[in-house]
Design a protein around this ligand. Structure first.
Ligand code: UDP
Length: 482
């Protein structure tokens, strides 16, 4: 008689923002491609983000399903508000209500854990209560933060040593104590929930070493060669167990997979590729500020002027929809679109970012330093202009500019939720030129290409991320006696 080895079953429960759900969809496919049965927990309106990818992976015999839980109405958010949607700006009160709503997921999560008894729960860092929920059923809980080892180390050292409380003003620089490198920050670049009393509701956004220590460990979307010193520091000095399995975006091999991450793209992927195919290698700058940033018309106008003055061709993603009755939109300089015809493309809405970044025509990336975007830029081997806005983006900027040395800062100084610190067109022009023209630009490009190659090797058979993923799966299997 042959005894069947039961399949390892993992639950994934991401926070409801695109920057967390997109890499979770990739992680689900990554684990499923190694024979793990994966269930993604989410709410009705967020399910389509995962189901499209699941449909495509069915042909590849991957075992992924979605478990739907209702979004709690008790939080008092408008109907249909199931992700932290910032398309029309966002009030702190809404963020607080949203965070409160997520705490109400504990009960339905526990019901699912009891019913299906998965071998592991990977829950978002913003669900700190999930560790207790999993413990009740003896299920190991892994934390997914969705940022770099570097940013997690900076966050912990700031929380542990509080250097920002020892400076005289918001703009006085300080060094983050006890890190392997000299990392200089200012108080105004730190998340407001670290520098101001934003109340209990926001506390879960502050990185917590206790949470990370109490959990089974961390899953990190990064690769060892990119930030080895900080991966070691995180594990050996801070003493937190972690497995690096990224860049997870590289699990998307086909054009459709690359084009349909997150939302449906506003531009047809073939049209997008045709436009890029008509350009010379490394000649196009790609500009995109992730899924949440929401600039003012005045800021968009400065970007347009800066791009035009830089003389570079560009592919610019703007989150504002085009209105039919305006001949020229008020955020564009007069005659801009006409002058830029053939030279620049503006996409209003959602772009197939990974597909674009990987195209040989793309030679630079202006990014808000969301970790997914940075890692996608690194994987594509392109130098970057760093334009951090909020979250942990100012830490990620330091990694790119000071440690990896594959980017230049545009010069934002102030952490401002969603709208960001204002940047003039001169600074934009200067930064774009710095990554495209001259010896320094060439150096950055060569370094970026090397990291891009390393990223691809990390996820190939026997690469560092491939091996860490195997090690995690083996450990979880052994734990259950498989
Ligand atoms: N993204 C995309 N098209 C867009 C905007 C964003 O595909 O037009 C994807 C991008 O590739 C990345 C994610 O959305 O995977 C954004 O995550 P990130 O951490 O960079 O920033 P956030 O949106 O969380 O600020």
């Amino acid at each position: 008689m042959t005894s069947e080895v039961p399949q390892l079953h993992m639950f994934f429960f991401p926070f409801m923002v695109h920057g967390h759900m997109i890499p979770t969809a990739d992680m689900a496919r990554l684990f499923a491609s190694r024979g793990v049965k994966v269930s993604i927990i989410t709410t009705p309106l967020n399910a389509p983000l995962f189901s499209r990818g699941i449909e495509r992976s069915k042909n590849l015999a991957m075992d992924i399903d979605i478990k739907i839980i209702k979004f709690p109405v008790e939080a008092g958010l408008p109907e249909g508000f199931e992700s932290l949607d910032t398309s029309k700006g966002i009030e702190m009160d809404t963020v607080k209500k949203f965070l409160f709503a997520t705490t109400l997921f504990q009960e339905p999560l526990e019901q699912l854990l009891q019913e299906f008894k998965p071998d592991c729960l990977v829950a978002d860092t913003f669900f700190p209560w999930a560790t207790d929920a999993a413990n009740k059923f003896g299920i190991p809980r892994l934390v997914f933060f969705g940022t770099s080892f570097f940013a997690m180390c900076v966050g912990h050292c700031l929380s542990l040593y509080e250097p920002h409380k020892k400076v005289e003003s918001d703009s006085e620089p300080f060094l983050v104590p006890n890190l392997p490198d000299e990392i200089e920050l200012t108080r105004e670049k730190l998340p407001i929930f670290m520098t101001q009393d934003t109340g209990n509701a926001m506390r879960m956004l502050i990185p917590s070493k206790d949470l990370e220590m109490k959990s089974y460990g961390m899953i990190v979307n990064s690769f060892y060669e990119l930030e080895a010193t900080y991966a070691d520091y995180y594990r050996n000095v801070l003493g937190i167990r972690a497995w690096h399995i990224g860049p997870v975006s590289l699990c998307n091999k086909g054009i459709e997979d690359k084009a349909e991450r997150g939302k449906k793209a506003t531009i047809d992927e073939q049209e997008c590729l045709m436009w890029l195919n008509s350009k010379k290698p490394n000649s196009v700058i790609y500009i995109c500020f992730g899924s949440m940033a929401n600039f003012t018309p005045a800021q968009l106008k400065e970007i347009a002027m800066g791009l035009e003055a830089s003389g570079q061709e560009f592919f610019w993603v703007v989150r504002k929809e085009k209105s039919n009755d305006e001949e020229e939109e008020d955020w564009l300089p007069e005659g801009f679109e006409k002058r830029m015809e053939g030279k620049g493309l503006i996409i209003r809405g959602w772009a197939p970012q990974v597909l674009i970044l990987e195209h040989p025509a793309v030679g630079g990336f202006v990014t808000h330093c969301g970790w997914n975007s940075i890692l996608e830029g690194v994987s594509a081997g392109v130098p970057m202009v760093t334009w951090p806005i909020f979250a942990e983006q100012f830490y990620n900027e330091k990694l790119v500019t000071d440690i990896l040395k594959i980017g230049v800062a545009v010069g934002t100084k102030q952490w401002v939720m969603v709208v960001g610190d204002f940047v003039g067109s001169d600074a934009i022009e200067k930064a774009v030129k710095e990554i495209t023209v001259g010896e320094k630009a060439e150096e950055m490009r060569s370094r970026a290409k090397v990291f891009g190659e390393m990223a691809k090797r990390a996820v190939e058979k026997d690469g560092s991320s491939y091996s860490d993923l195997n090690a995690l799966i083996q450990e979880l299997s052994l734990r259950r006696g498989y």
